[in-house]
Ligand binder design. Sequence first.
Ligand code: G6P
Length: 608
Amino acid sequence: MCGIVGYIGNDNAIDIVINGLENLEYRGYDSSGIAFLDEGNIDVVKCVGRINNLKEKLSKEYKNFFSNIGIGHTRWATHGVPSDVNSHPHLSMNGKFAVVHNGIIENYLKLKEELEKLGFTFKSETDTEVVSNLLEKLDDGDFLNTVFKMKKTVEGSFAFGILKKDTNELIATRKESPLVVGISDSGFYVASDIIAILKYTRDIIYLENGDLIHFKDNSYTIYDKNDKIVNRELKHINWSVETATKDGFDHFMLKEIFEQPKAIKETLLRRLDEDNNLNLDGLEDLLDSDLKRFNKCYVVACGTAFHAGLVGKNILEKAFNFPVILDIASEFRYADNFLDENTLLIIISQSGETADTLAALREAKRKGAKVLSITNVVGSSIARESDNVFYTFAGPEIAVASTKAYTTQLVSIYMIALKIGRILNNISKSEYDEIIENLKLIPDKIQLMLKDTQIYKSIAKKLKDKSNCFYLGRGLDYYTAMESALKLKEISYVYTESFAAGELKHGPIALIEDGTIVFVIATQRKLYEKVISNIKEVKARGAKVFEITQFDDSNCVCDVKILIPKTIEILMPIISVIASQLIAYYASLAKGNDVDKPRNLAKSVTVE
Ligand code: G6P
């Protein structure tokens, strides 16, 4: 996910674009840049890091400079590490076209090869530079026509802002990626999100999929996906700046919970072909090597990422056909483990910067282990130092409580394990197909759950005045209970513990008293009867039990049953956790806490 902004009008495009980018930083923040016309030439200023770095650079090189037309970009790296050269805008080789892009050009490698044969060279690793050079190749002197031709050639998703040398015109177009247009008396604006331009106008046009807008001579024309002129309605919106940043959601956490269907699709579908084959970019050399040499696999992470590893243990063990060892990074790095060149270490980290996880990685590498990391941040320290990296394409996660990063981590582990399991012949083709087919259905099932959140709001009201509560589960549900308890405690501050339901009678049951709230996660058929017994045990001691389950059996012994969509049991953790994310969110809200920034916590823990 990246953010783009463009402006053409009477005011200074540089100020407007920079202000817009600052408001889009939530969409990506590893680098940024701007292009504007300077006496007909296109000048580009860009650099790695936050937008402040760009502002500093501009204030040195272009102090008090005026341009009436410009495009800008804030990046969330997907193709190539965050660096000055990989930052947008990207100029064509002859400097005639500048492009900013949000999205992914799927046929960029093929296009790049074709362009290279024609003598084009590339400075960056990005798919976007291919588009600027493609524009140069297709240039027939007519800016609009050249962009039409480019649009027909590229495949994938995009929102583009494009400038051409010696041409006081701005073209923007979108397919799948968002793009809105703003109109004011002093000019025209385009942006990935209304928030970027709200300061200047509330008169907005939402471009439809495939639309292109051409700004020229103080006017604009919109073309639809077939290049036919269309009218799009101009809407006046009343959003506050604060609401708009979060796409209309009250908090980033809620927005990120709702983004999960899309994030899971991104992570999964781009690696899956029509025949259900998994193409795991980034792991090619590992998968082509002798996987049989591994006789140990450790999974190491912190916090939520550690819970993702726990859920993944089961399928990884199937894949390798040997026990897989889980450890918390801060413990692992000091433990006397058995790392050697026959060890695979799987590191999981949303940020890719967690100090303990990074230290564990370094320790393992020092001892000769092969390191595969699963992370959300391209070019992060963990990504850079690992032998192989698998990206969860969840987009930036802003709320401290991790949601979409977690579910995409789960999907990533399933994909990696399935692939390894097939290569080693430890997972049968039919088992593989069944899991893949069901994984593909998960986004729609989550979408269904998110349609009605009433039950979670009413549970939150009951939790509001409690000082403690519990999550119980067995098997995979125990791991979901651990993640659920973490979610609830970190943002609601209700003291929440998770227990393996079978361990209850060995101690924790002493904590149950009249009115204690106990959440029970029960999604595994073979363990169901046992879980029912545990529910009876805590109820007999006065607990109020909320059961999160896919079984609608009538012999429910709980007080409230939260029915969630069904899927095969091994995948249930991806669905059941959505319920506890919502419980945590609404509980935090009901208590009036700062949901996105809970006390004492940080999104990325870069201290040991
Ligand atoms: C912090 C965050 C958690 C996260 C953990 C590990 O505690 O608040 O949400 O799970 O760090 O972070 P990582 O970026 O390595 O996944």
